[in-house]
Design a protein around this ligand. Structure first.
Ligand code: ADP
Ligand code: MG
Length: 334
């Protein structure tokens, strides 16, 4: 199949066309109409096979996740996603894989009323880059730099599920696990492979939060970015961190001790929840909103003056060497 018939067959009809798409796939570039008073918000993220997902990951999960990680970036800005470009490097032509990939991609695109408006297709080691464009009212974006001492820190959903799911995929448990543990494992692997970007939550907090970030590299690393950008510190009582039932159940067999389980919650990547800060006098308005679509929100700590990220345990003791754990995943560290 030629490059052109491949594009035609799999991508031209992958999503519906929004009315603000003046020209989509088929010309040299897409033309998109931004409404008056809106700013363009753009993000891109690449997934490399074997680095960002295990080689055996189902094709539809890869399609879903390639888009989800970018949706999560736009969610963290409070933006409405609208248009995507897809640069795909494929080792070969595998119709079954391509059909699965497009199914995962399109399903999520439809959920968020997104149009795929262009891309590029090349041959090489499996690599997927999505560029996502969206918009928000001019001047209303959430950034990393607005946190102030005294602000309360919240996260959406639960933390550590994806990291524990990855652990389950990489070193599967023996056959003698209980059915409850097997169910939990399935849920965790689903959280790893099909993250649900918190787009609605990002829009809901846009007028309330003082700063926001999405948690891709672990809470400590990503909250660390807010602290650095805002010039503040934070205090996190770790027992307040939200863990799912599946996490608690499966962690009993996967984690050697409670310490390693807590480290997964603090530093595990790939959850794509939002972490945000909010001034005390706005918290009541925040808590009055319906958060069921993102599995609830949880207060995890507070912003402090200074620049230290302090994590305290159940007995109020400061945990040592948290700074090292806060680094998260870094592609260029050796
Ligand atoms: P050019 O040579 O001008 O870069 P291409 O031959 O790469 O154009 O692509 C032809 C059209 O198909 C363009 O509109 C491009 O945006 C689109 N396209 C190519 N690959 C993809 C893809 N993987 N997903 C979506 N659109 C794609
Ligand atoms: Mg090209």
């Amino acid at each position: 199949m030629s490059e052109f018939s491949l594009i035609d067959r799999y991508f031209s009809q992958a999503t519906h066309l929004r009315t603000d798409v003046i020209a989509g796939i088929g010309d040299d570039a897409a033309i998109l109409q931004l409404a008056d008073g809106q700013q363009l918000v753009a993000a891109t993220d690449t997934l490399v096979a074997g680095v960002h997902f295990p080689e055996q990951t189902p094709a539809d999960a890869i399609g879903h996740k390639a888009l989800a990680v970018n949706l999560s970036d736009l969610a963290a800005m409070g933006a409405t996603p609208a248009w995507a470009l897809l640069a795909l490097t494929l080792p070969g032509e595998d119709p079954q894989w391509l059909a699965g990939f497009v199914e995962g991609f399109s399903g999520l695109a439809q959920q968020f009323d997104l149009s795929l408006v262009g891309g590029d297709t090349t041959r090489g080691p499996l690599t997927i880059t999505v560029q996502l464009l969206g918009y928000l009212p001019a001047g209303s974006a959430l950034t990393r730099s607005g946190a102030k001492p005294g602000d309360r820190i919240f996260v959406t959903g639960k933390l550590g599920d994806a990291a524990l799911g990855l652990r389950a995929v990489q070193s599967p448990p023996g056959a003698n696990i209980s059915s409850e543990q097997a169910e939990s494992m399935k849920t965790l692997v689903k959280r790893l492979n099909y993250p649900q970007p918190r787009v609605a939550a990002g829009q809901a907090i846009r007028a309330l939060a003082s700063s926001a970030i999405d948690i891709s590299d672990g809470l400590l690393a990503d909250l660390g970015h807010i602290l650095a950008a805002s010039g503040v510190g934070a205090r996190l009582p770790r027992h307040q961190l939200p863990r799912s039932e599946s996490f608690i159940t499966f962690s009993e067999i996967a984690d050697a001790d409670p310490e390693s389980a807590w480290n997964r919650v603090l530093s595990g990547g790939d959850d794509y929840e939002l972490c945000f800060t909010i001034a005390e006098d706005r918290a009541a308005a925040l808590l009055a909103l319906d958060w069921s679509s993102c599995n609830g929100i949880t207060e995890v700590g507070s912003i402090t003056a200074g620049n230290r990220l302090e994590v305290i345990d159940e007995s109020g003791e400061l945990l040592p060497r948290i700074g090292e754990q806060a680094q998260g995943y870094d592609h260029f560290s050796s």
